[in-house]
Write a protein that binds this ligand. Sequence first.
Ligand SMILES: NC(=O)c1ccc[n+]([C@@H]2O[C@H](COP(=O)([O-])OP(=O)(O)OC[C@H]3O[C@@H](n4cnc5c(N)ncnc54)[C@H](OP(=O)(O)O)[C@@H]3O)[C@@H](O)[C@H]2O)c1
Length: 173
Amino acid sequence: MSRGVILYIGVSLDGFIAKEDDGLQWLEETEGEGDNGYTEMYDSIDTTIMGKRTYDYVMEHADAFPYPDKKNYVFTTSEQGSTEYVDFVNEDVVAFTKKLKGQQGSKIWMVGGSGILDAFVKENLIDEYIITVTPHILGSGIPLFKEKNPQIDLELVDTKRYGQFVQLHYKVK
Ligand SMILES: NC(=O)c1ccc[n+]([C@@H]2O[C@H](COP(=O)([O-])OP(=O)(O)OC[C@H]3O[C@@H](n4cnc5c(N)ncnc54)[C@H](OP(=O)(O)O)[C@@H]3O)[C@@H](O)[C@H]2O)c1
């Protein structure tokens, strides 16, 4: 038995998840439709995994922690213990995730950013890629994918348009 890991993330047409200064204004200002499929994805997961920089961004910009009803793991070498909502983890990310996948439960959301995602892609640990593309060529920023990854062959299972967003849904073959 194994539960899937989803990457659900917003990206510019040229493949960036944030500006160099971490700015997400371009993403937030894109005109979508409804909640752009967020609730459907959110209801399918019971666990999130994110990197410390993404956690810090969320804590700085959100009024309240956005995933309070989920089990949340923040990978970091600089913080230990837990808060009301998250556990800080400094373990081998691949072994940790494989262990999680083997436990009973719903899907796992890899929230990002690209620092922590890199370990997942290098080990082909993502089972579904749900990539929401915005109508921007940012030119520079934090790229979704780093280099020297293995080739991963995908199957396109769905595309949806939400206003100015296009959402691409792939499963790993
Ligand atoms: N467009 C979107 O939908 C979207 C989604 C998510 C994030 N973002 C944006 O992406 C940016 C952050 O991405 P990022 O790539 O810079 O950073 P990140 O992946 O969120 O976090 C990187 C940090 O996570 C920790 N980490 C990473 N790999 C680890 C490992 N194997 N073991 C232990 N700790 C590990 C380290 O923290 P320590 O330094 O503490 O050790 C590292 O500095 C932010 O601007 C965020 O807003 C955008």
